[in-house]
Design a protein around this ligand. Structure first.
Ligand SMILES: *Cc1c(COP(=O)(O)O)cnc(C)c1O
Length: 218
């Protein structure tokens, strides 16, 4: 099965990197996938999932969470400020905190609720104008600001440019995390998760390698 093969490839990469077996968390990215594919993966024991859209996740996951105890949901897509409240109730971690207005909204809502999902700060390592994320040079300041707001920042996240080798981006993210005292590194997708593990990823976000290609026409 594709899930087992992905996990086996992760374990091999951990070993090659001299890291403890099982130290990297697999986030199975289920966005847009048909329900039966997701249920097959739940039936195989996978419990950590990633979604990109608040509305889609809100329609699919409450029923699965009730049926499959122990599910953890990670938000990995762009988060609109006006969806922050729904996201706070739905997700266990948010990987895409990428601007002060979103951080401030999350902090305010989390303060009122008394709990907050784990936060990853998204860094635009390629400084691509069309891509979300904090610029590398602004990362230290932004992480400090999030901490001042009492947001539980656990790590950094990046999506390297499509047309570049990802390794320099993974290395940059690892350096930024280390100098900010952050242990979490959300990096690596279907095409490059082994490279990401070699560079210290703690969370890989893998969709199509597990579930097959996404069909956005559905
Ligand atoms: C869709 C998505 C993934 C998974 O991509 P695959 O190439 O299918 O593994 C990972 N991270 C983010 C941010 C995504 O949007």
């Amino acid at each position: 099965m594709a899930l087992e093969e992905t996990l086996a490839r992760m374990r091999r990469a951990e070993k090659e990197a001299g890291r403890a077996e099982g130290s990297v968390t697999l986030i199975a990215v289920s966005k847009v996938q048909p329900g039966e594919r997701v249920e097959a993966v739940l039936d195989q024991g996978q419990r950590v999932f990633g979604e990109n859209y608040v509305q889609e996740a809100g329609m699919k996951w409450p029923a699965w969470k009730a049926r499959y105890p122990g599910v953890a949901l990670h938000m990995i897509g762009p988060l609109q400020t006006n969806k922050a409240k729904v996201a706070l109730d739905l997700f266990d971690a948010i990987h895409t905190v990428d601007r002060p207005s979103l951080a401030e909204r999350l902090a305010r809502l989390a303060g009122a609720k008394g709990s907050c999902p784990e936060v990853f700060v998204q860094v635009n390592t390629g400084e691509e104008p069309q891509k979300a994320g904090i610029a590398p040079a602004q990362t230290d300041e932004f992480v400090a600001a999030c901490r001042m707001m009492d947001l539980p920042v656990v790590g950094l996240m990046c999506i390297p440019p499509e047309d570049e080798h990802p390794a320099p981006h993974f290395r940059m993210l690892a350096d930024l995390a280390a100098r900010n005292g952050l242990s979490g590194l959300s990096m690596g997708m279907s095409g490059d998760f082994e490279t990401a593990i070699l560079h210290g990823a703690t969370h890989v976000r893998v969709g199509s390698a597990i579930f097959g290609a996404r069909d956005y026409r559905r």
